[in-house]
Ligand binder design. Structure first.
Ligand code: EPZ
Length: 421
């Protein structure tokens, strides 16, 4: 397995261009299943997770053409509504084919994703919503089997805010008979981007971005062209890298609108951040002082502080002045980066879903192991700060969600190389 070798202790500088959002592209790729007409997507990031999703769609009979960051999908030949365990187990987001398949084909058999490093990750809300829309759903031998003549519009209420649950049910409702209300809906920008794409395909959706989404079912959707929104978590990760290393860095292709909670906390830590969005360009520029103040955070559904940024921000708190309390409210096991950061000299105590971080003078390079996507990003940031060399093993986790990571970091002046195992 490949590893990254980072020689830390030096500031970054320069500009980096933010790629398309992984967590918008994944549901939007699945939206192609809702129509026999071609769906063309631009600004699609080149990530392992995207490749996995495309493989899953191809085995269902979808024709896929890729040209740089443009992907053209044609589901006119959809001939298989099964998402097999071998493919789903490598990427939980595969569950996002469930709603569109039931809506288009009246049936689907999708392997349960199973848990992952950060938690059990059940999909009971996805199932409950489809049942409320009239689907007969059973879970047998590790597969979700769903069957229905045509879904019926219904009033859905999810027990907790679920991003892919909202996305699955919104896609299913597009072709249902009647009106569906999703209450307690996820408000993430990626949900809004999916809704924009579905509306371009002829769906009748209002309220995306609020906690009540209204979908008036139609009989058919048509093809469309859609540009994937920029990746706010990739952007937040580079902002944290700049903050931790006391750097001035400009991110192109994104403005801070989707990152208010993260920007607020970075400013509390002592960073200056400016952002602009005009017809010509959009950017965020961060200027960080050498020593930051530790800042407490509590993760929450959007617009709260994103759980996908908790690990990266912990790396900042490890070398900031003072102590911080970091509470993870979304997933039950999302502190695995803490023990690895401790190997670099960090002072972190974990108590249940709370981490107590006290800043230390410096981190020392060491060998650490990536455990999940955002934990790996946290280790990269810590490696950029630590004195000497940090070897990060199992970086396939990083390749799932960060496009051209080394190239982008090297363009910012970081000393980083990938070593084949
Ligand atoms: C999405 O995962 C993202 N993935 C995650 O990003 C992100 O961390 C998460 O939302 C929260 O923002 C994609 O969009 C592909 P949830 P998702 O359903 O939809 C519980 C990354 O790093 N829950 O919003 O799977 C669940 O266990 C990834 O890019 C149920 O109990 O998360 C969790 O505790 C990691 N039953 C909470 O809700 C359900 O049916 C929120 O999960 C669904 C969820």
């Amino acid at each position: 397995m490949d590893k990254l070798v980072i020689t830390g202790g030096r500031p970054l500088s320069g500009e980096v261009t933010i790629s398309g959002a992984k967590n918008a592209a994944l549901p939007i790729l699945c939206a192609c299943l809702l129509t026999p007409e071609p769906l063309t997507l631009t600004h699609v990031p080149a990530l392992n997770d995207i490749g996995t999703m495309l493989k899953l769609l191809v085995q269902m009979g979808v024709k896929v053409e890729r040209d740089a960051d443009t992907v053209r999908l044609d589901a006119s030949g959809l001939n298989n509504s099964v998402a097999p365990y071998e493919m789903v187990k490598t990427m939980r987001a595969s569950i996002l084919v469930l709603g569109p398949l039931v809506a288009r084909c009246g049936e689907a058999s999708v392997s349960l994703p199973g848990g992952c490093a950060i938690g059990a990750r059940p999909v009971d809300q996805h199932i409950k919503g489809l049942q409320a829309m009239g689907a007969e759903v059973t879970v047998e031998h590790g597969y979700v089997h769903a069957k229905v003549g045509r879904l019926k519009g219904a009033r859905l209420f999810t027990d907790m805010v679920t991003v892919t649950g909202t996305e699955n049910l919104m896609m299913a409702a597009c072709l249902a008979d009647g009106v569906t209300l999703i209450e307690n809906a996820a408000r993430e920008p990626e949900v809004v981007d999916l809704a924009k794409c579905l509306i371009a395909m002829g769906a009748k959706i209002s309220g995306a971005g609020t906690d009540v989404i209204r979908i008036e079912g139609v009989t058919d959707l048509h093809g469309a062209t859609h540009r994937i929104m920029p990746d706010r978590i990739e952007a937040g990760t580079y902002l944290c890298a700049a903050a931790a290393t006391g750097s001035t860095v400009t991110l192109n292709g994104i403005s801070s609108g989707y990152l208010d909670a993260v920007v607020d906390k970075l400013m509390d830590a002592g960073c200056d951040i400016v952002s602009e969005k005009t017809a010509e360009r959009e950017f965020i520029r961060i200027t960080a002082q050498a020593k930051l103040k530790a800042v407490s955070i509590r993760t929450a559904p959007y617009p709260g502080f994103p759980t996908d940024m908790q690990a990266q921000f912990m790396a900042i708190n490890c070398i900031a002045e003072g102590s911080a309390v970091m509470r993870e409210t979304i997933f039950e096991n999302r502190f695995m980066h803490a023990v690895e950061l401790q190997r670099l000299g960090a002072n972190i105590k974990i108590d249940g879903n709370t981490a107590f971080v006290t800043g230390v003078k410096r981190l020392e390079g060491a060998t650490v192991m990536a455990t999940d996507l955002r934990a790996s990003a946290s280790l990269v940031i810590a490696g950029l700060v630590a004195e000497g060399e940090t070897h990060i093993e199992r970086i396939y986790h990083l390749d799932r969600g960060y496009e051209q990571l080394e190239a982008k970091l090297m363009a910012l002046g970081a000393q980083v190389r990938r070593e084949k195992a």
